[in-house]
Structures are given as structure tokens and as C-alpha cells.
Design a protein around this ligand. Sequence first.
Ligand code: OAD
Length: 229
Amino acid sequence: MKQKIVILTGAGISAESGISTFRDSGGLWENHRIEDVASPGGWKRDRNLVLNFYNQRRRQLLECKPNRAHFALAELESKYDVTVITQNIDNLHELGGSTNIIHLHGELLKARSTIDETLIYECKKDIELGDKCEKDSQLRPHIVWFGEAVPKMDEAIVATREADIFIVIGTSMVVYPAAGLINYCKYEVPKWLVNPNEIALPRIPNLKFINEKATTGVDYLVKRLLEEQ
Ligand code: OAD
């Protein structure tokens, strides 16, 4: 049976594809207030502002391509059973060839109903005020906002508990519950963290740090893991 690798990714893995991170210098949260554009309260106060924010993100994403790190993770599937758990709302893991992806925080290229969260639609264009679902309610971005439940968390926990190897790439590990996933790993599981910057973490057993950008760090790690099999 193949060993199971579970990978948690954040905005840093897409940075070299040209997508801004949130908390680095020049990141998205420097110019936009979370409570205005990524919370149910913000949506209630000003739908136009929220729609414009995600419309801009969507237009930008459609210009971007996966980078070496996304492609390398897909190569792992030749020898391992791989689950990618991503906090990213882009589709660059899909375009990079990964086939088993859990989108914890939703997906930019989907829209959903405001009254029935099971009504989800493919969406490659701007969402405008007045765009409605089949139950006649305004469409919103299919994004998990701050203050909302994370429906895919249970699935992510099950995968993490089963991991033989756990890898964390390009996340500041400050947003919960995603940042807490690593604590569901078995003690003896080797854990790898790829990030060009230092991350403050509580004591995690068997953790190794690769102090590199995603393209170089992930490429190195994937080659090493493929050689081990
Ligand atoms: P952050 O912006 O908080 O963190 C990005 C991380 O990527 C930082 O730790 C950087 O050091 C690292 N980084 C930057 N460039 C990199 C590169 N080239 N290669 C590898 N790492 C690099 O983004 P997230 O941790 O993903 O949620 O943020 C988590 C959540 O907070 C997001 O999903 C989003 C945000 O608010 C929602 O909007 C719900």
C-alpha cells in the first residue's frame, strides 16, 4: 500500500505565480479590512464592496499559472497517496495536476446562493449585484469568511490523522482552525515546513524546517521523497 502524504498549503505557495499573500508586506490585508471584505457583517453592510474585492481577485487569478511547487506536488502522486488541504481559494493545485484537493476556505471560481449553501455554481466571470441563484437569492462568492463555519474541516482532520508524512507550505499558521490541523498528526509522523520566513509554532514533534521559497523548497522535498520510495 502507498504511504499517505497530507499537505497543508497557504498563500505562499501561489506567491511565485503572482498572487498576493495576505500578511506579508504589501499583502492583501494591508489595503483591505478583513471585517469589510471577508466577513458576514461586511457582506451585510456593503455587498458591492465585497463583490468587487472578489471580482478583482478572480480576474487576477485567471491571468495566473501554477508554478514549479504546484507541479511538483502532483508528481508525488506517482508514488504516494496524496491529499492536498489548501487554504487557498485559487485553482492552481488543480491546474498543477493534483487530483485530491480539499479547499478549506472555498473556491474563487465558484459562486453560491445566499439562502441555500448547497446551491453552488461554476463562476469564471464577475458576480454582479442582481445575479441570482435558482431560488432567486443574490449570489455570493463561494468563500468561507471569518466568523463562518469551515465545512470541510472534518474531512481535513480525518486525512491528517491518517497521514504518514505531513507537509506545510507557505502559510503563516495564524488562522484557525486550519493552523491547528498539524496537531492531529500522529506523534511519530515526519512533518516538514516550507517557508522562506520563520514561523512561530508551539512545540511540534518531528518537525523539520526548509527555509526556502515554495518553488525551490518543494522541488527539493519532492525529489527527496520520490527517491525514498
Ligand atoms: P498569509 O499571508 O498569512 O501567510 C503567507 C505565508 O507565505 C507567510 O508565512 C510567508 O512567509 C509565506 N511565503 C511568502 N512567500 C512565499 C513563497 N514564495 N514560498 C513559500 N512561502 C511563502 O497566508 P495564509 O497563511 O495562507 O483566509 O493565510 C491563511 C488565511 O488567512 C487565508 O486562507 C485567508 C487569510 O485571511 C480567508 O480569507 C478566509
